[in-house]
Ligand binder design. Sequence first.
Ligand code: AP5
Length: 214
Amino acid sequence: MRIMLLGAPGSGKGTQAALLKEKYGIAHISTGDILRSEVARCTELGRKAESFMNSGTLVPDDVILGMIESRLVEPDAERGWLLDGFPRTLVQAHGLIALTERIGQKVDAGVLLNIAPEIVVRRLSGRRVCGQCRGVTNVSEATPEGTCPNCGGPLALRSDDEPAVVRHRIQVFEEQTQPVFELFRGQYDVIDIDAAQGQEQVAEAIRKALSKYA
Ligand code: AP5
């Protein structure tokens, strides 16, 4: 199965991707996670990407396309993949179409998580990342001591989840990423999901829609 998980910042792509990876045993390829790992390891790519990420601006297309090109041919991607946070511009979308044709891999569908901007702002101001297990949680799920509910590690706000940066990310999404969905509607099976529902309902709606590809 080869799926693109599409949607605004904070629409729940990472949360749903973790569940889909477990269910279908396919590679979860998140451009945001790859970039954050490069930043944490202070690589050349990480140093190039960091200022774009901290300001909520997109990292240049050539950097992202190079990352995806090498990732899609790694052994764990042979059984299928789930793209999370990519493509995000028309250049990236056309790059993916050309790349999948070249390497003989066909995208089965795009799952589009639809959500209103005001819900995104609320969700992202409550998101916390564990410094120990790297799990994503919400401030309301923290232990009474304010630590990670899974491992007890320290929780922190992601640097690009500051409200002013979130507002900029939403603007970038509307201007640069939404046109990608219109392109894909003429190219792939794009499945619309109401992402304002609870996590379980969203997961169930995605499972139902993807059952024909399993
Ligand atoms: P990236 O990491 O991709 O961030 P994003 O797309 O903005 O998405 P988020 O990770 O913020 O949100 P999400 O949709 O995964 O939501 P989550 O599941 O965590 O990108 C970061 C930066 O990297 C970009 O700004 C850019 O600079 C760069 N970048 C990355 N990819 C790039 C690309 N292709 N091109 C160029 N630059 C790129 O959920 C959010 C919160 O809501 C959590 O607290 C969660 O617990 C909660 N939640 C989830 N689902 C629900 C629900 N149903 N109900 C209630 N709460 C929920």
